[in-house]
Design a protein around this ligand. Structure first.
Ligand SMILES: [Zn+2]
Length: 405
């Protein structure tokens, strides 16, 4: 980060413009309860350093039209990087929180921290150059990962990438010299979002069951998330459901996640005789489409009453996914069960199938009055959400930008 520091008084001016702008200068003085001359001095400094800019003129009333001031969107931006199991999602939002661009990068076979950092750097530079900014313009950076992260931004464990005790936060801070926030457990973020503003906003308890690249759950009661003793509550993806089954990146065999996540389903389909795989699914596999699209093609061709190998395989996978959901319901007894993650998104066949199987798997189904719903807060937007979060934090506490008295 390479910004001229701002005086505390100037920062107050900037914050008001950020909150209420665009504003004419005299209104600024009124809002702050300060002399116009003091505020004029501040706005001049902020314009000179590039934080404020003129954006047209106000109203038609009598007298001279006043120049309107706004935060200069081009001064810098906030970056959000969602590190998924096989993809990176990047998003930029401007200094004023306006979305500026996004990109997705497919990770190669090598998913070591060094290699992932290299790909982040390449993608970030590309994205920034599209809006004529550089690395020094990054005001804050958010990185999200599906794993356990400690307070200092170290990735304690991320099974899908095979990371253990990796200093992600420290390396990002050193490299980009900006404020970095690393958050783990995507499912926890999704559960929080759903209980706050999504499908569970009117419920006293919510369980979020996520099935996509991985499988996990989180529970929120009366607005409080249940984290567990080591932040792992709800990590049921690595419970072994098929002993001796498919190898999992965590080192075990037959974990729920290795069997029934998106990659687990695609791996199972690939093992079938090619003649048993529907043509459109084969095409998706041969063209190396993203896992998510292959899975959706699979469930488009799924028929529950069909006994052919393809539908039988998907039925087995669906049962494992339902089993995970049933364990969540039995363990947490929630008012609302949110089915999230790409396996459920736009996939009626799987959602309906899991719903039906749940009725058979869960004790006292009819007495529970459990609502099973689809997630409302879109999971692919985590990179944007993360960038927006560091943006909000910046305006509340602009570490490193405002000079201390
Ligand atoms: Zn595992």
């Amino acid at each position: 980060m390479n910004f001229a520091t701002i005086r505390p008084m100037d920062w107050q001016v900037l914050q008001v413009v950020h909150r209420l702008g665009p504003l004419p200068q005299h209104k600024l003085a009124d809002h702050l309860g300060r002399q116009r001359s003091t505020v004029n001095g501040a706005t001049q400094r902020l314009m000179a350093s590039g934080w404020l800019q003129k954006v047209g003129q106000s109203g038609q009333g009598r007298g001279r039209p006043a120049i309107l001031l706004a935060v200069n969107r081009a001064i810098g931006c906030f970056a959000g990087i969602d590190i998924a199991a096989d993809e990176l999602h990047l998003a930029l939002v401007a200094a004023d929180g306006h979305p500026m661009g996004r990109a997705t990068v497919v990770l190669g076979e090598d998913r070591t921290l060094d290699m992932v950092l290299e790909q982040i750097d390449l993608a970030l530079r590309g994205l920034l150059s599209q809006i004529d900014l550089g690395l020094k313009n990054i005001l804050g950076l958010w990185a999200g990962i599906n794993g356990a992260v400690d307070r200092l931004g170290n990735v304690v464990t991320c099974a899908s990438l095979g990371w253990h005790n990796e200093p992600l936060g420290k390396l990002l801070t050193e490299k980009y010299e900006t404020n970095v926030l690393v958050q783990g457990a995507a499912t926890a973020m999704n559960a929080a979002a759903e209980s706050l503003m999504g499908a569970g906003r009117d419920a006293s308890s919510l369980a979020y069951y996520r099935a996509g690249q991985g499988i996990s759950a989180r529970f929120v009661q009366q607005g409080r998330p249940l984290a567990g003793a080591t932040q792992r509550a709800g990590e049921l993806g690595h419970v072994v459901v098929e002993p001796g089954g498919r190898k999992c990146p965590c080192g075990n065999r037959g974990c729920l996640e290795s069997v029934a996540s998106g990659p687990g389903i695609v791996a199972g389909v690939k093992e079938l005789d090619r003649n048993d795989i529907p043509k459109r699914v084969l095409k998706a596999i041969d063209e190396k489409l993203p896992t998510q699209e292959i899975v959706h093609a699979c469930f488009d061709h799924y028929k529950e009453i069909d006994t052919k190998p393809f539908s039988t395989l998907l039925y087995r996978k669906m049962n494992f996914i339902a089993l995970g959901a049933a364990m969540v319901v039995a363990a947490y007894d929630p008012e609302v069960l949110v089915l999230g993650g790409y396996l459920f998104e736009n996939n009626h066949a799987l959602r309906d199938g899991v719903h039906r199987r749940l009725r058979e798997m869960v004790l006292d189904w009819d007495l529970r009055n459990l609502k099973v719903v689809e997630g409302e807060v879109i999971t692919q937007d985590r990179a944007v959400g993360g960038a927006a979060e560091v943006c909000q934090r910046f305006w509340a506490n602009p570490r490193g930008v405002v000079a201390h008295d």
